[in-house]
Design a protein around this ligand. Structure first.
Ligand code: SF4
Length: 342
């Protein structure tokens, strides 16, 4: 299906929304949508936000079933945190190319090359890879997680750009990165960005750490998806250049019409996998027409442990959504807002 396929006809949309509401009630289901998803999908979700935040929110509910509008590793994470719930990935074909850049077998070889070095796995990995790792991290807490290990060397998988960011913050730790990357974040081009910055000199540049180092070097703020949403919300500035998947800018344009948001590669930093889910997929999942997420018991136990170890790392400002670098507008961030919960 094309990324730019036309929106549903109003009558079909109304029909689907009605069916989804009925099935959701019958199944006591909760619908989660990552902010990179199409707005039509985000708009009817119970929660929208980033992958770990969504899984934690769903785990805290009394729902019996979860429909995750996102990619495969996200639905697995939801299952790891909600083992008693039935979890569906709305579109089972939606995978993450970066997560697929490392398998459990490849990780075992990587570990064999570096014996006794702990493995930090970005949450954007399969349950199999998590099970082979020592601890997970997110883009918000990666620095804190690595610091918490109190070691002089770690293996970091799969994103070498997030790993490089952690390295820049922890120069005394040798971060040995897997050669993985997010193809979508790497579409953000430095020259495009500089042109946009010159055109909008008052705009603050908010960058996700999965971007290339050259792009991060000219950022005013580097932080997770949630961190970027928070900064755009709390900063006094009125103009922002958003360097992450373009869905975040679309979300911000809708939520903050009095502010201006620009993207350096409009229509290009779109993750095709995150746009695969349509209302039809959600209805199909709720009808039980897709396989539920299953994780073998031995993998489950080990993968859950890596998540639990991460969750035990004390929450810092970064994890609270303020990113790891102060925004140059020096706004004192307000307490966490309900931006990502709807
Ligand atoms: S944006 Fe990148 S990391 Fe996120 S799902 Fe797409 S490919 Fe994976």
């Amino acid at each position: 299906m094309s990324l730019f396929s036309p929106p549903l006809k109003q009558s079909r949309k109304a029909e689907l929304l009605q069916e989804i509401a009925r099935l959701k009630h019958e199944q006591n289901a909760v619908i989660l949508a990552h902010v990179y998803e199409r707005l039509e999908v985000q708009d009817f979700a119970d929660f929208r936000g980033d992958s770990l935040g969504l899984s934690r929110q769903a785990a805290a509910t009394e729902a019996d079933a979860i429909v995750f509008c996102g990619v495969h590793f996200m639905a697995e994470t939801a299952k790891l945190l909600s083992p008693q719930k039935t979890v569906y990935l709305a579109n089972p074909h939606a995978g993450c190319p970066m997560a697929d850049m490392i398998t459990a077998e490849q990780l075992r070889s990587f570990k064999a090359e570096h014996p006794d070095v702990p493995v930090v796995a970005y949450v954007n990995t399969s349950a199999d890879v998590k099970a082979e790792s020592d601890i997970c991290c997110t883009s918000a807490n990666a620095v804190d997680v690595v610091r918490s290990l109190n070691v002089d060397k770690v293996l970091f998988v799969p994103d070498k750009h997030l790993g490089a960011y952690v390295q820049s913050k922890l120069p005394d730790v040798d971060i040995i990165c897997w050669d993985g990357f997010c193809p979508t974040h790497l579409r953000i081009d430095l020259d495009d960005l500089k042109t946009l910055q010159a055109k909008h000199p008052n705009a603050l540049t908010l960058v996700h750490p999965e971007c290339d180092e050259a792009v991060k070097d000219v950022a005013d703020y580097i932080g997770s998806t949630t961190g970027i949403l928070e900064q755009a919300n709390v900063c006094h500035a009125h103009e922002f250049i958003i360097c992450t998947e373009d869905g975040v800018a679309q979300r911000l344009i809708q939520d903050f019409p009095h502010k201006s948001f620009y993207t350096p590669s409009r229509q290009q930093a779109l993750c095709p996998n995150m746009k695969m889910t349509r209302l039809e997929n959600v209805a199909k999942a709720l009808r039980g027409d897709v396989e539920e997420i299953q994780i073998p018991a031995d993998v489950f136990e080990k993968a859950r442990l890596t998540l639990d170890r991460m969750l035990a790392v004390p929450i810092t400002e970064a994890e609270a959504g303020q990113g790891s670098a102060a925004c140059r507008c020096k706004t004192t961030p307000s307490p966490i807002l309900s931006l990502v919960s709807v």
